[in-house]
Unconditional design. Structure first.
Length: 193
């Protein structure tokens, strides 16, 4: 009974966005180009949802996701199933993590000082980390899934703080599915390589 009343607090728009986001992730794990259609519509809905609860960086991130959905669809178009999954070097990952930290600090500080943004540093972290990691998904970089585990876990805290309960559940599922995605892509790399 408590679950039912909890779900009623969440908007139908958020619920539809969540279903489309799950569809995106499951299709991405399977490397199906159709994942980008679900990503585009889900992120369009989330743009408004996040703006409504003052998660300004998350709202802006959704616009970026829509652009990346078009890019991913285009990039995967020619040879989706035959594009290889790749790995990036440790030094490249260290540079990426450092860049995310600097961008988080600068953006979080600016949001804190000049806006009414909720949880500005956490919002900035999940946004900048997601920007970089989305490129990794589109380019089929294996380690993208490990980044998503961290980003999605941090996002749960962000969404619960703003009473986006359905979205928090979605990101709990994302943590699990990111681990599944990593294993699936790793297994495929071994069979192809």
């Amino acid at each position: 009974m408590e679950l039912l009343s909890w779900l009623q607090l969440s908007s139908w728009l958020e619920f539809i966005a969540m279903l489309l986001a799950l569809l995106y992730l499951m299709l991405a794990i399977l490397q199906k180009r159709a994942c980008w259609y679900a990503a585009f519509v889900s992120t369009a809905l989330y743009t408004f949802i996040f703006w409504d609860v003052s998660l300004l960086m998350e709202s802006a991130l959704q616009i970026y996701y829509m652009i990346m959905a078009v890019y991913g669809w285009w990039y995967w178009h020619a040879d989706n199933e035959h594009r290889p999954i790749v790995r990036w070097s440790l030094s490249r990952h260290l540079a990426i993590i450092s860049g995310i930290a600097v961008l988080t600090l600068v953006s979080g500080t600016l949001l804190h000082r000049y806006t009414e943004a909720a949880l500005p540093f956490l919002d900035a972290f999940t946004t900048w980390a997601s920007v970089i990691t989305t490129v990794m998904v589109a380019r089929k970089v294996l380690e993208n899934w490990l980044y998503w585990v961290v980003i999605d876990a941090a996002s749960i805290v962000l969404y619960l703080a703003r009473d986006l309960n359905v979205t928090a559940v979605l990101f709990g599922l994302y943590v699990v599915l990111a681990a599944v995605g990593y294993r699936q892509w790793q297994r495929q790399m071994r069979t192809v390589g």
